[in-house]
Design a protein around this ligand. Structure first.
Ligand SMILES: [Zn+2]
Length: 308
């Protein structure tokens, strides 16, 4: 039973759509869904959101895999590495470095990660020396302290009264049904001048343009909305944010996953690992960097700041 069907673009409010069908391909279930492609701003949205999406999130979905904790000594090394990295000494940069640095964080900043899954990222940031970390995810089992000053909360951001210096979403925004409301909630829960980072697939991508429903990051039906840059700017402004920068950070996955779908395979780590030669993977990574330079990659980091 569907909960609702929308008749306007959730980004620019237009009702001019081209509809297309897309199959669930990650698990290989093959169920069909209708997506709407906005003809005004280019954003994409799932037309009718099923009431129960849990069948499409298997128990071993990556977000819920077990947290990998490291030893105290390794955590000391991570902390030393983070301090050097934020000072500009990049030779051992953490893998999440490129977006972290642009947020210009202080170690005592209060940081929220929305849709954080098992909380691995905030755990790593804690190991790196950050001291006020809060992961929110209504689908985790229960509230949990992952470490001192590092908490996993089984709730939505809107269910807390806390205010943060930084809020971030790493590929969770596209799983949320009401993008404007998400940004408004972030605005309410950011301190004055607070920063918001949203990492998400974007509908402007060349791979979507070429391959349509076979694009791996369409990810039917889990991705409920995929903004275009134009559509995202509209809701960012409406929610009271200044969009400081858009950074393309797509990688080889956009080609590898899409190629697998074209061949009729599902998306499991073994297929991703074995189907392509190391040379092919390297070439695809190179191609992704070229796409990013031209603004054609299939995902971005949106860097926003609360405007008062
Ligand atoms: Zn639109």
């Amino acid at each position: 039973m569907p909960i609702k069907s929308v008749d306007h673009c959730k980004f620019c409010n237009s009702s001019s759509f081209v509809e297309f069908q897309a199959k669930e391909r990650m698990l290989g279930l093959g169920d069909e869904f209708t997506y709407q492609h906005c003809q005004d701003c280019g954003s994409i949205q799932l037309k009718t959101i099923p009431e129960d999406l849990s069948n499409y999130y298997p128990r071993d979905y990556y977000s819920f895999s077990l947290l990998v904790k490291s030893s105290p000594i390794k955590n000391l090394l991570k902390s030393a590495r983070m301090r050097l990295f934020l000072l500009g000494i990049d030779f051992l940069s953490p893998v999440y470095g490129y977006w972290l640095k642009k947020l210009n964080p202080k170690f005592n900043h209060k940081i929220a990660d929305l849709g954080c899954g098992n909380g691995q990222l905030i755990y790593e940031l804690n190991a790196g020396g950050f001291t006020n970390l809060h992961g929110f995810d209504p689908y985790v089992e229960k509230d949990l302290a992952l470490a001192e000053n590092c908490f996993l909360w089984k709730k939505e951001l809107s269910q807390t009264d806390e205010k943060f210096d930084i809020i971030m979403m790493h590929h969770s925004f596209e799983h949320m049904a009401e993008p404007l409301q998400v940004l408004k909630d972030c605005h309410v829960h950011l301190k004055r001048g607070g920063k918001l980072l949203i990492r998400t697939p974007v509908a402007d991508s060349e791979v979507f343009e070429k391959e349509k429903d076979l694009w791996v990051q369409l990810d039917a039906p889990r991705h409920l909305v995929i903004p275009s840059l134009k559509g995202f700017e509209v809701i960012a402004r409406k929610a009271g944010f200044r969009l400081n920068e858009v950074e393309f950070d797509s990688d080889a996955f956009q080609f590898l996953g899409t190629e697998l779908y074209k061949k009729g395979y599902s998306l499991n780590p073994e297929n991703l690992e074995n189907y392509f030669s190391p040379g092919e993977k390297k070439d695809y990574q190179k191609k992704a960097l070229q796409y990013n330079e031209k603004g054609l990659g299939d995902q971005v980091c949106f860097y926003l700041e609360r405007e008062d």
